[in-house]
Design a protein. Structure first.
Length: 231
């Protein structure tokens, strides 16, 4: 039997969903190695922090912003996949590229949105397979293949950076409200090292927030960044 230690603060028990997922392409491996752990914790933490610091309307606003980030990437990925498939169909190519070193990722997932991110990584894996096949069919140059892979890898890393930035701002907001101890007890800060590429994406997301111009409420616009405190 596990006994509680009153002198030691331990994170609360939380739901964990274990899943094994195989990704084949180097770009998918790159995204998982750099983003998964940080993003997994951030998505969980955002859900916890908002319940402590925000009213229902603000929670809905922030969730809509995050959902918009995911939906935008999903839409663009599907469009690119369809374009690559059309090129292959037009050239009568049916057999797709295989990979020499697919990897199985044994994952613990803390948030339903993390599941959605993994679906995006799966779509990235599919897209890279199609791009490699189009390249093999001599319909893309070496440079075009390389650039496309890097751009789509960075697109998912940028998505991660935006979400992690929202978590950081939510923690700052909790501190300003005098609720940081309650937040840390429920969702401890992630103190592990951040990959440089992910850190760049986080900093870019923060700059976007700081420089975004205010628009008239009478004009239809995309969901705004949630109004949370900055460091």
């Amino acid at each position: 039997m596990t006994q509680a230690n009153a002198n030691t603060q331990q994170p609360n028990s939380r739901a964990v969903f274990e899943e094994n997922i195989t990704f084949s392409s180097l770009q998918a491996h790159h995204v998982m190695d750099r983003c998964f752990e940080k993003l997994n914790r951030s998505l969980f933490s955002i859900s916890v922090i908002l319940q402590i610091t925000c009213d229902e309307n603000k929670i809905d606003t922030i969730n809509d912003v995050i959902e918009g980030y995911f939906s935008e990437v999903e839409k663009d990925l599907f469009l690119q996949i369809d374009q690559m498939k059309k090129i292959l169909d037009d050239n009568g190519v049916e057999k797709l590229a295989g990979y020499s070193k697919p990897r199985i990722f044994e994952l613990e997932i803390y948030s339903p949105r993390m599941k959605k991110f993994l679906m995006l990584v799966n779509s990235l894996d599919e897209l890279i397979r199609l791009i490699d096949t189009v390249w093999y069919a001599a319909e893309l140059t070496d440079k075009q293949k390389k650039v496309a892979g890097i751009q789509w890898r960075q697109r998912l890393i940028k998505l991660s950076g935006r979400v992690i930035n929202i978590e950081r701002r939510a923690r700052n907001d909790a501190a300003n409200q005098g609720k940081i101890e309650e937040v840390e007890a429920a969702a401890p800060s992630d103190t592990s090292e951040t990959d440089e590429e992910v850190l760049t994406a986080i900093n870019e997301a923060e700059k976007e927030t700081e420089t975004k111009p205010k628009k008239s409420r009478k004009v239809a616009e995309k969901p705004k960044e949630p109004e949370l405190a900055t460091a």
